[in-house]
Write a protein that binds this ligand. Sequence first.
Ligand code: GDP
Ligand code: MG
Length: 162
Amino acid sequence: MTPVIALVGRPNVGKSTLFNRLTRSRDALVADFPGLTRDRKYGNGMLGDKAYTVIDTGGISGDEAGIDAAMAEQSLVAIDEADIVLFLVDARAGLNVADEAIANHLRVNQKKTWLVVNKVDGLEEHSAMADFWQLGLGDPHPIAAAHGRNVTALIEEVLEPF
Ligand code: GDP
Ligand code: MG
């Protein structure tokens, strides 16, 4: 069975940018303002001879009302459907209360979860990771989705058991 990777995290951390890179599509809307992806969006990709499916989500803001509630609901469904969860956070924004709320949810989930710190371009990786250890989800994995930095290596590692 093709492994399914869900991309979750608060709006604007770079989920759609990573989705586009992993599926080589331009379909997911990437924007400077949050919340454009309201539904779940599916795409397929290949790494070597391994196929995978990716689910993009609108994001969980931690302040769930109205459309935010609908987005959060979509993220929970995506987590349910996935074999692997990539929890994205933003190295430039630093650790956020919404990240902590999402981490609390993910820690009690059964799914294999990877903590992915995006937007490390131009930052020193080691110090950019420091804050994120306290989320309690293991090693933070630095990437720059917009530039492709560390992305292939991460997905290789993520798909290793499949
Ligand atoms: P989403 O709301 O989580 O789907 O985030 P988007 O993919 O729409 O990206 C939000 C913003 O972050 C956009 O302006 C992207 O260009 C920017 N972005 C995404 N990845 C990176 C990255 O690796 N480095 C930097 N500097 N910006 C990024
Ligand atoms: Mg998006």
